[in-house]
Design a protein around this ligand. Sequence first.
Ligand SMILES: Cc1cc2nc3c(=O)[nH]c(=O)nc-3n(C[C@H](O)[C@H](O)[C@H](O)COP(=O)(O)OP(=O)(O)OC[C@H]3O[C@@H](n4cnc5c(N)ncnc54)[C@H](O)[C@@H]3O)c2cc1C
Length: 559
Amino acid sequence: MNTGPIVLAGGGHSHALLLRRWAMQPKLRPKRLITLVSRASTTFYSGMMPGVIAGLYSQDQSEIDIRQLCNEAKVSFIKAEITGIDLNRQQLSLLRRPAIRYGILSLNVGGITNQTAKGIGIKPFESSLKIIKQNEGKIQRPIRVIGGGPAGLEIAFALRARYPQQHIQLQVRSTTTIQSSILKTLKKAKIELLHESSDTKALCLLCTGTRGPSWIENGSLPVNAEGRVLTNQKLQVLGHPNVFASGDCGVIKNAERPPGGVWAVRSAQTLAQNLAAYSKGATLRHWTPQRHAIELIGDQQGRAWLRWRNRTWGPSIMIWTIKSWIDRRFRDKFNQQTKMNEGTPMDCQGCAAKLPALPLETALEDAGMDTTAEDAAIVSSDGKSSIIQSVDGFPALINDPWLNARITTLHACSDIVACGGHIKNAMAIITVPKMTGSEQAEILSQSIQGIKSALKDYSATLLGGHTIEARTKSPTLHPDAQDIHISLSVNGITTRFWEKRGIQAGDTLLINRPIGTGILFAGFNSGKLNSKEIDNVLHTINTSHRQCLERLEHLNIQV
Ligand SMILES: Cc1cc2nc3c(=O)[nH]c(=O)nc-3n(C[C@H](O)[C@H](O)[C@H](O)COP(=O)(O)OP(=O)(O)OC[C@H]3O[C@@H](n4cnc5c(N)ncnc54)[C@H](O)[C@@H]3O)c2cc1C
């Protein structure tokens, strides 16, 4: 039986539903270290995307908070771009960070826009929406939507709703597949229909369909002509039973369906059951997707068409009302989940997990120790320079082992920096939760690499350390990787020890980054803060103080 970690690649629709299921019914979640990797901590619900462009929904209303869902489902979350897959070593390569290992892999990374013309691909939605927002009010030239499928039609209507005066074009291969009532509505909305166009002035948005990401194809997985991974009806990739694929990046051999969110949604239940069954060595179930799916195309102004096979009904207010209801209901499913956690009191994490002043000072006094200690201690001095040392650590702030180790190390290094020291080396003690050997190896390897990467920022080295296996389980419900504890002893050299004590009225207090990180994480864990706010915090604390130290030294200020 495969005992390695489960990795969920991509925060697509199938994985979002899988997480919701595990959050609501924890017994169904495989008892493994499970990690989801996605390039963003939120994901768009595609059905509402045209409505976001049209201004009917805010971006937040149409996004699913994947990081928060992961937390609720006790799944670790890594925000990173996947760049490759190595089937022999069973690992995924990630941009600007170490690869992660899997025992079982599930791919739900969607597709990438077919670049059939020069322009901006509508997918990923995050990038196309950003470009639209950045150009707000500045677009003098026509906006041309390329592609006459449902996506292209909806985006053209959405742009019309957003920019009533803008010159909007829709470039299609042929008008024969577009129903006359839709053509009439396009004309009424003053959306110019084009066939081929050599005019290069327009800002082009490509709604030209998708294909599988190239890193999947390059990874030697079996793919169809569109680069989508071929699976069997149990959603296992052909020839690779421990790799599953669903949504637009995969396709079932002999039951191929055109890509669409509807298949990603419908396959979620089979995926959930089969991941759990495979990890237990139990029998997997087959899934046959229905042959056809209903298409709902909105004009983004209160009317919609319904397409079933070759027939089309609409435009009608009633179809629009049904479409809006389906979209909101789907999106609200995930809101309800997040609300379940709201108000649950959580301890502050990270460095905020230190003892309060009272017990600490009492104990230090009892032991006859100095209670006004500095951030670092002088170990030895030759009169010109001093070797200084500090020790720091805390229970994991986040459940991404590599990033957590980086942040803990940067924090520990800051004690040396605060005393004016240059970091030279460090030793680490890492406590890992009780789990299988391959799971422990993975989170330990990620943690050590995270420590090394932070020390590298200071041109310092990791000399060694010690590992401990936790004997007790944290009572707080969170992903297993959040049970890691890291402590470091950091050594540095300074030619002038900056003392903490002695601050006087009139002195300048330098605060080089926002404070209160632990409280913000506690807020996130109890559902009061969203993932984008946490992304900002992580971005801030994931940087070293090296430049700050060098600038202060350069200024030669009195400290
Ligand atoms: C304008 C428009 C409207 C649409 N409307 C509908 C509709 O109403 N109904 C419908 O059924 N379909 C619709 N579709 C199609 C729909 O968008 C896709 O079929 C659907 O999103 C596929 O879902 P998925 O779960 O496979 O992947 P996606 O929803 O594309 O999710 C993929 C996830 O993986 C992440 N990811 C991707 N690559 C990487 C990487 N390299 N590293 C890390 N993370 C990665 C992404 O950030 C994302 O979170 C529409 C498409 C468009 C363009």
